[in-house]
Design a protein around this ligand. Sequence first.
Ligand code: SF4
Length: 256
Amino acid sequence: MQITEIYKSLQGESSWAGLPCIFVRLTACNLRCTWCDSEYTFTGGVRMPLEQVEAEVRRLSGASRHCTRDSSGLEPTRNDAIHEETWNTQELLPLVEITGGEPMLQEREVVPLMQRLLASGYTVLLETSGERPLANVPPAVVKIVDVKCPHSGAADSFRMENLQALGPRDEVKFVVSDRTDYEFAREFLGRHGLAGRVHSVILSPAFRKDANGARDASHCLLDPRELADWMLEDALPARLGLQIHKFIWDPALKGV
Ligand code: SF4
């Protein structure tokens, strides 16, 4: 598969935010969101066989040191529970996110990769634009699915049949840049009963794609406080999400 980068950082923008995570970032995207901060994934990358990707994930997770048979003859296992319960060994990093670009453009290879990572005991997150079909994603994968808002530049790209593929461990994310986007998200989540269908609905203020330097909310296209006020006013059954990696490291930095 075509890979832009594999690295370790903190998960930045979901209900998993703040947890150490290994990211497998695939090359290419078929959308062009106005605020996209991943344009460097659109081209290039390196061709890697699935086994090599898996080996790099294992190396970054420390699995080579720990996933060996112990004296009882059993492989160390990690349970399939979500969030912090994922951690049941002391030194392994069990969380992997498949992202892009749009990873489901490489469905033929990325689905087997997810299956193998799950079989090895990893908790696997898939971050996707919602435009590609998700029916073949293994059910144990946590899908973090965007619904693109009117001012994203990719309005109406969400594939409506993907609603059927969403379950109680999945998350839906709206990146919001103004009041029109907010009202779209509010209407969409109400009309489709998203709060009762998935683990989390997240509204996240869009970041300026050329943001660099200051690590603060001044780079947000919509003031998070304004978004918070709207959500409180409407008692919206959703979380406000901030891309925490952009408050920890320079927003322009790659590989974080
Ligand atoms: S779907 Fe993601 S990677 Fe593709 S253009 Fe939009 S923000 Fe960028």
